[in-house]
Each structure stands twice: as structure tokens, then as C-alpha cells.
Ligand binder design. Sequence first.
Ligand code: MN
Length: 403
Amino acid sequence: MTWVASAVDSRYGVENLPYGVYSTPDNAVPRLGVRIGDEVLDLRRLAEAGQCANCPTCSALRAPMLNPFMALGRDVWSTVRGQVQSALTEPDMEQHLRSMLSPISTVTMHPPFMVADYVDFYSSEHHATNLGRLFRPDAEPLLPNWKHLPVGYHGRGGTVVPSGTPIVRPNGQRKTPDGDIVFGPSARLDIEAEVGFVVGVPTALGHPVSADEFRDHVFGLTLVNDWSARDIQAWEYVPLGPFLGKSFATTVSAWVTPLDALDDAEITAPEQDPEVLPYLAEKDRYGYDLRMSVKWNGTEVSRPPFADMYWTPAQQLAHMTVNGAALRTGDLYASGTVSGPAAHQRGSFLELTWGGKEPITLGDGSTRTFLEDGDTVELNATAMGTEGRLIALGEVAGTVHSH
Ligand code: MN
């Protein structure tokens, strides 16, 4: 039981403890913090209070971003998490730590980590099937490679932004239904509700990571909104894949949830048929039972289930390094749109409105197919934490602005 009162009945209890970077009104220097209840614990001050001269862990905890800490590896991640959990549960520590807590309502959040490379996958069978049906109605919905490898593309790490960053509607080139090639603001601006995995421990060029080494390299996860301009995407993507229709902005949470918080959310991943090649095989094949929610201007329009994903994050990691590509600390790789089998479980508006043909009615009575200027989208998720208590992932919100 924690001595932080706001954490007792919170989905940000001591079982959760996501990491972020924040500043306060009286100290503008960004520093690492851990969320506990409605407060943030200052990890920089906690490290300084230990009076350790310069061990790697304390140096990393004094950095203004998560990267140095994430690079230290699983043993350090677990040790620090255990120490923070003890500090927040031992009654004797309250007097000592009280001044290191700030109410979350008073702090400014900063990007939690410097993104190295960004890869986006396409790992939901329901999403890939829906898109196949929408774009190629007379053909097999899944392309021939889909069950043999986790399809993905390299995105733009430099435009990954934290929750709350305004999303400016992108301009671009597109083809009208009449066949004209025009330039202007996207008229089919969409979202993709995804889960992103953050790499901590890097590798050297030429050294693939096996699926079984997933937990040695991946530090944690965050919800991701992969904003997508469908009209720009549809015209540009042949034959090299997504480009400007995706690269204008990708939103992540201000909070990175460590994988250690999700041990009890692991579930057996769906069986794969046909059998995968040996480099994609897993000794222990698991995914995460994350229950996601998509809100459009405050109205919940979807509840995508991450548990259904066909390709696991461990397989994605094995695939993206099998050619010898190096991992860097801060690499982000996202799952692809999370869609379940039911209509209310689809993770993009393209699917929810079936290509824009079936508008959605919001709480205020207005209808939507794609995003209008001023619209806000918020992603949330819960998972089972340890001790049988639900934990929340940090929210991912963004509001669309006109160009
Ligand atoms: Mn995507």
C-alpha cells in the first residue's frame, strides 16, 4: 500500500509507474519523473539525494530524457523500479520524499525520449482484411506475403510528437474521383490507434535480435496515434509504400509504461497458420491484453483489442533486425492499426465509416466521416497490472488545426 493518497484507488498505483519527462512552474529544467496517482515523483532529485558520485544509473536518472536510462538494460530497469516502489510504499519515506512530488495538474510534460528510428507495422489481421476489402473488393483481402512476415515500413522519427501537440492538417497532392491531380489540404484526415514499443538496449550493425531476446532490448510501450491523410496516401503509395500521407505527425504518450508493469497483461497470442519461418518462431509466444479506447470529441467511437494481434512485438523486433539492421536506443516501432473482429473495435475512421460511406454520430449529434478542423482524438487503454489491479497507459491526444 502506497503512502501517496491519490494513488490508492488509482490506475496509476505502484503497480504502474510509467516514466515521463516534465518541468514545473518553479523549475523549468526538464527532468525524469515517475507518475504515481495524480502526482509526479522527481527521479532526478531522488538520484541526487542518494549522494552517489557518478554511477551510470544515477547519471542516467539525472538526464533530461529517458534514453540514457533505457540504454542500461533490463537489470537496471528492474532494480530502479523496485527501489521506487519501495520508496513509495514504506511509510518512513513519506517525510523524505514528499517535497519531490508535484501535482500532475501543475507540471508541463516534455517528449519522454528522443526518437531514433520509427518503424510502423501492419500486424492486425482484422485491419489488414478490412483494408483489403475496401481497396481491392474483388480480390483476396490479405496479400500473399501477409501471413509470412510482419509487413512494415520506415516512418519519420523526427515528427513523432508527444500527446497534446497540435496536428496541422497536411497539404499534399491527390487524385480526385474525376481523375484530376490537385494540391491542397487533405480532405480525408484519419487516425490509426496503435501500440508502440520503445527500444532501450542497442545492437551493433550485422547482429540480428531473436524473438526470444525481446525483453532484453525493449524497455516499454506507449499508445500511438499514426495520423494518416488517406487521400494523399492513396495516390502516393504505389509502389514504395506510405510517405507524406503519414510523416507529418505521429503522436505518442508523454508516459512510457515499462514492460515490467505488464507481466500480468501477457496473453497467448493467436495461433499462426501457416507456420512461420524459424527466425520468426517464438519459444513463448505472447502478446499483451490491452483494452484500448478511441474518443472523438469526447465520444467513445471504438474499443480496439490489442490481444488479437497476429504478429507479436517480439516477432516484429526479430523481423526488423533479421537483415542485420542495428537497433538504436530510442527506436520506436508501432504495431499498426489495432482492429478487432467487431465493427465497434476498428482502430481507424476509414474502417469505422467503411471508406467514408457510413458516417459516425458523435455525442453532440453531429456526424463525421473524416476529421474536421478543431476535432480532438484521444486514445486510452487499460491492462491488468500485478496484484489484480487495473493500470492505465498514458493518454494520447491531439487536436486538428487548419493549415
Ligand atoms: Mn500505422
